[in-house]
Design a protein around this ligand. Structure first.
Ligand code: ZN
Length: 400
């Protein structure tokens, strides 16, 4: 059975094999008797469902646990080697590709220059070949591929996996990205915006205990991914988090690539900072030059990054009041090149947000760096393919 991405499963399948897998994965119940207790089902029903999960290699018996008086119970554990996920994080000019296990840990990964503007046929053809080559390197079989996840540098309609009027991706508008991978591998294929998968990666790897998080990417432009109540918040059209084009006061001359004046991206993004550094006579034409100058300790770069942080912080202060996140994670190569940007953001956010919203707010740098995207894409696919409904559907299809 093919379960569509974005399908809403309204009834929790309490006590199904898929629900038991979720209990084992989360550590809520890791023995047959604990599963019986939590689900209220009989030992024999629980055993039958656990056997089905073991037969699918999703669960294994991990030895004996501590005795609570009688016989030592057999511990059950999730088998992260039960399949592999193929993931790609495609930016404007470079991409990162990986094969991960079912815990989102990369088994093999690589980065390459790839120009998104060459269009979907060229880029996805390259991605397909790279997936095949990396899969070969892991020694795993094509039949072990459980899902595919891809991030793209533009707005994506998540339910269908199609880019929607992406400004820097000529030829991609409305292109059915999932189809060619679904045909080849016969598994769920999820496509999302690159900043959303970075937000998902930080949440999965470092902040799974936190329900509300915002990830801000400062690269050439500025974008934002929102995790609300433990889930990515994509909005009605997949356009949620498009923070870069919020207008800031005091910059009526700053022309943005969207055509408007005074967008925060046109003041504090990497391309804008390169423009300002060049105006000061420094050798800068792109956000990469901003990164290079900041890393080299160029004082003007540091000063401009601090000011950019303050301006971005004003917009973030409003977002913090609106969303009330527990953590603001700041990532992207410009943000990672210097402490100054983060310092400027902190200054404005703590000054301008409401005290209640900032009382426990953490503002931190990305801990995953340029790997946030692939880990996030993998986690997004894993949460889908291991969800109770999808696991139950697969078990039902495999049953004799
Ligand atoms: Zn704009």
């Amino acid at each position: 059975m093919q379960v569509m991405a974005g399908t809403v499963f309204s009834t929790p399948l309490a006590g199904s094999a898929g629900a038991m897998l979720a209990l084992i994965r989360s550590g809520t119940a890791t023995t047959r008797s604990a599963l019986a207790q939590v689900t209220g089902l009989s030992r024999s029903t629980v055993s039958q469902r656990v056997e089905a999960l073991i037969a699918r290699r999703l669960v294994y018996e991990a030895g004996d646990g501590a005795s609570t008086g009688g016989r030592r119970p057999t511990m059950l554990a999730f088998n992260a080697d039960a399949g592999v996920i193929l993931v790609g994080d495609l930016g404007a000019t470079h991409g990162r590709v990986a094969v991960t296990d079912l815990a989102a840990d990369p088994l093999v990964e690589m980065a390459a220059e790839v120009d998104i503007a060459t269009g979907p046929d060229a880029v996805l053809g390259w991605l397909e070949e790279t997936f095949a080559r990396l899969l070969d390197e892991t020694g795993r079989d094509r039949s072990e591929v459980t899902g595919v996840g891809i991030g793209l540098p533009g707005p994506v309609e998540f339910a269908t996996g199609t880019p929607v009027s992406p400004p820097i991706m000529p030829g991609w508008d409305g292109f059915a990205v999932p189809a060619r991978f679904r045909e080849r591998y016969g598994v769920p294929v999820l496509i999302d915006n690159d900043v959303n998968i970075m937000a998902a990666g930080e949440h999965w790897a470092r902040y799974r205990h936190v329900d509300d998080l915002m990830f801000i990417k400062v690269g050439t432009g500025i974008g934002c991914g929102i995790v609300a109540s433990g889930r990515l918040h994509r909005g009605a059209q997949g356009a949620a988090g498009d923070l870069g084009h919020v207008q800031v006061a005091g910059y009526p001359e700053a022309l943005c690539r969207c055509g408007n004046l005074g967008c925060v991206e046109a003041v504090a993004g990497g391309a804008a900072l390169a423009r300002d550094l060049a105006a000061l006579g420094l050798d800068a034409s792109s956000s990469r030059d901003v990164v290079r100058l900041a890393r080299a300790g160029e004082p003007e770069a540091g000063r401009l990054l601090r000011e950019a942080g303050r301006v971005l912080g004003e917009v973030l202060a409003a977002a913090v009041n609106l969303i009330n996140p527990a953590v603001l994670v700041i990532g992207g190569d410009v943000a990672e090149a210097s402490e100054q940007l983060l310092a400027g953001i902190r200054e404005s956010v703590y000054q301008r947000s409401l005290p209640l919203a900032t009382r426990h707010l953490q503002i931190v740098r990305s801990g995953l760096g340029d790997r946030a995207g692939i880990i996030g894409a993998a986690s997004m696919v894993i949460e889908h393919v291991l969800s109770p409904a999808v696991v139950d559907a697969q078990l039902a299809a495999a049953a004799p």
